[in-house]
Design a protein around this ligand. Structure first.
Ligand SMILES: Nc1ncnc2c1ncn2[C@@H]1O[C@H](COP(=O)(O)OP(=O)(O)OP(=O)(O)O)[C@@H](O)[C@H]1O
Ligand SMILES: [Mg+2]
Length: 236
């Protein structure tokens, strides 16, 4: 679905991604794990084109996208669930969702009703403004908004951040359902147990470099890697 090959990304003179290679296979979940400030969000910004790479290749559905503008990349079928949620606070749930709608004519397209089926709580909040939603509801709205663009690939940046454990469980369940529906997912997380439950493959990033990759089961057995690169903070 998507492949990064030797990607190098800078913020002005700051050299952040120092040759990242990873892939998300069609219909799978790949997790990108790592501590704070290691380059997870930068990887997502690089893929979507907000901070394009200075070197390297990004292939989405076999096409090179590293030189395209963000709106073009999004239109090709990449949806973003940004870190910190970033819903429109002054818009209602309904308005947040409908303003993102795209490809409505497609038979299998996401629409408001499908989103409300996935997140029944949002239906009861349809006229409520974004600011008045709980953290969990905001996260659901952010995911719903991304789905309204009918993505083939979803980039999710720490969807569990700042949420109570029971809500994290619910969001994890939803991500599992999205995967079952055929959407490919790059899941950035610091919640290791959630990520390992969902992921088919795991990458660990440290200081802009992929230091480790494996199937989730192999990572669980590798205590040294877990403590070196993820540590207790990630296991809350
Ligand atoms: N706009 C920016 N300009 C300059 N440096 C930045 C910018 N955004 C991030 N950085 C730096 O790039 C590095 C990687 O940041 P990034 O946001 O990708 O980390 P992260 O892994 O997503 O961390 P977190 O878990 O805290 O979200 C950090 O050292 C950060 O300070
Ligand atoms: Mg981040």
């Amino acid at each position: 679905m998507i492949e990064l090959r030797d990607v190098h990304t800078y913020y002005a003179d700051s050299y952040i991604l120092q040759g990242i290679s990873l892939e998300v296979k069609e219909g799978s979940v790949a997790a990108l794990l790592g501590r704070n400030g290691m380059g997870k969000t930068t990887t997502i910004r690089t893929i979507i084109g907000f901070t394009p790479p200075r070197e390297g290749i990004i292939r989405f559905k076999e096409k090179e996208i590293q030189c395209l503008k963000p709106h073009k990349i999004a239109r090709m079928g990449i949806g973003l669930v940004p870190q910190g949620r970033q819903i429109f606070p002054s818009l209602s749930v309904y308005e947040n969702l409908t303003m993102a709608a795209r490809d409505m004519e497609r038979g299998d397209a996401w629409n408001i009703n499908k989103i409300y089926n996935l997140f029944p709580i949002l239906k009861t909040r349809t006229r409520i403004k974004g600011t008045l939603l709980s953290g969990g509801e905001q996260q659901m709205l952010t995911i719903g908004r991304a789905l309204m663009t009918n993505p083939a690939l979803l980039l999710m940046d720490e969807p569990s951040e700042g949420l109570a454990p029971i809500i994290v469980e619910e969001i994890g369940h939803i991500i599992g359902r999205l995967k079952e529906s055929g959407i490919s997912i790059l899941l950035v997380e610091q919640n290791i147990s959630m990520a390992l439950d969902l992921a088919d493959y795991v990458y660990i990033i440290s200081k802009g470099v992929i230091e480790y990759e494996s199937k989730p089961d192999d990572l669980i057995k590798n205590e040294e890697i877990v403590s070196n690169y993820l540590g207790v903070a990630g296991n809350e």
